[in-house]
Design a protein around this ligand. Structure first.
Ligand SMILES: Cc1cc2nc3c(=O)[nH]c(=O)nc-3n(C[C@H](O)[C@H](O)[C@H](O)COP(=O)(O)OP(=O)(O)OC[C@H]3O[C@@H](n4cnc5c(N)ncnc54)[C@H](O)[C@@H]3O)c2cc1C
Length: 388
């Protein structure tokens, strides 16, 4: 091991960013733009984590311009984000991407993408703007506070810095902070498919299903392990901290639906053909079982009510998350440790936390990257103001 090294800068501040992901690289961009030198640590290639976002298209923000409404999309972090988003909101994100030379567009569901639909392009454009950062390809093993400075130990060397931005994300262990006496909430998967006790035919999508427990609607996808798709991701996010197993009930067709009238109108039709007007045929066959091919006039009131109950009160038990599929993690550095205006750690001056390492996570739709950009901005602003 080499002895602790000091990175000297003109401003008198020696700044390290741990993690060259979305938040770390944007923080580096803001600091470099203000004329500060930056040391950027990552054991992997910078902005590698951006490449799979939005299915390779990078859903970089969401077209919600009211910061309080925007913050409602974060099951953990809503109130904390008021202050963050009032400093750097969706408008600022769009202006920032314009500045980076990345044109954007809004999809009809509010999701914002680069016009190129290419996460690769976003990555390259950001990296082109931070070439002056001193990139150190090393894995940080831990951080300690030594007086007013921070000692960073990596797999190769030890360093001393006056300012540290911890932007190491939600997926790679939080143990590097264990010497700092911080309250850390355990990280659990969010935005993930859910394993369930029932397995409907895989690949079927039901539109606009209503979750009766959570009072939200969206599309649901049945898979070989259970359920996935937009509604499931929202449920997995809201219930990220719930213990398994838990039960869920859904209204699969939450619209006006007079089954008895249909049975009377089409007495010689098979039940599966009547219901396939409303739900996909393969799913109807699964739902009806032995009744699928029974003619309408043979369906009595008891069977009719059982069928309606299955449609309007479809029940399943969730037994766990589909391992390896999670997009973000819920958990991380407890927000009570952090100043919401600056991202600075209350216990440790000049130590900042940004992005997914914080106990903040949002729904699908560009909200998690928005958190990464906005918290990076707050931290950078504070460092810049103190370096002046
Ligand atoms: C498949 C997938 C698709 C996604 N799509 C979207 C989307 O379209 N829109 C959206 O808003 N969000 C999306 N997300 C979530 C989003 O990518 C993350 O919330 C965001 O990248 C978090 O940014 P971050 O900078 O905090 O962490 P990251 O981007 O995860 O970066 C952390 C960096 O720190 C490095 N690091 C970690 N530990 C160490 C260490 N000890 N030493 C050195 N370096 C370290 C890592 O190598 C990594 O480069 C997606 C996530 C996934 C997995």
């Amino acid at each position: 091991m080499k002895p602790a090294r000091r990175q000297t800068t003109l401003s008198g501040r020696n700044i390290a960013i741990i993690g060259a992901g979305a938040s770390g690289c944007l923080c580096a961009y803001f600091l470099l733009k203000a004329g500060l030198d930056v040391n950027l640590f990552d054991f992997s290639s910078p902005l590698r984590t951006l490449l799979p976002t939005g299915g390779g298209r990078c859903n970089l923000a969401h077209a919600e311009y009211d910061f309080k409404e925007l913050a409602k999309n974060y099951p953990r972090g809503e109130k904390f984000l008021y202050s963050v988003f009032s400093q750097f909101s969706t408008y600022d994100t769009l202006a920032l991407f314009e500045e980076l030379g990345i044109k954007t567009y809004v999809q009809e569901n509010g999701r914002i993408f680069p016009q190129s639909n290419s996460a690769k392009e976003v990555r390259e454009k950001i990296l082109n703007k931070i070439t002056k950062a001193n990139f150190i390809k090393e894995k940080v093993s831990f951080i300690e506070r030594i007086g007013s400075e921070y000692k960073i130990t990596t797999n190769k060397a030890k360093y001393l810095f006056t300012d540290v931005v911890a932007a190491s994300g939600g997926h790679w262990g939080i143990e590097i902070f264990k010497h700092l006496d911080l309250s850390i909430n355990p990280q659990v998967p969010s935005l993930v498919g859910l394993n369930s006790d029932i397995k409907a035919p895989s690949g079927i999508v039901l539109k606009n299903v209503y979750s009766k427990d959570l009072k939200i609607s969206d599309d649901i996808l049945f898979t070989h392990f259970g359920i996935s798709g937009p509604l499931t991701f929202k449920i997995s996010s809201i219930k990220a901290r719930d213990k398994f197993p838990y039960k869920l009930s859904f209204d699969l067709y939450p619209k006006e639906f007079e089954l008895q009238n249909l049975l009377n109108t089409y007495p010689h039709k098979e039940l599966k053909n009547i219901l396939s007007e409303f739900l996909p045929l393969n799913f109807v066959k699964y739902l009806l079982g032995d009744f699928a091919e029974v003619k309408a006039h043979k369906i009595n009131g008891k069977v009719r009510d059982e069928i309606l109950e299955k449609i309007h009160n479809f029940q399943l038990t969730i037994t766990g998350t589909n391992k390896g599929e999670e997009t973000v993690s819920a958990g991380g550095v407890d927000l009570k440790e952090i100043n919401p205006k600056t991202m600075e750690c209350k216990k440790h001056p000049h130590l900042y936390f940004t992005g997914e390492i914080l106990d903040i996570d949002g729904f699908c739709g560009g909200f998690n990257l928005q958190n990464a950009w906005s918290t990076a901005f707050s931290a950078a602003q504070d460092i810049i103001s103190q370096a002046e």
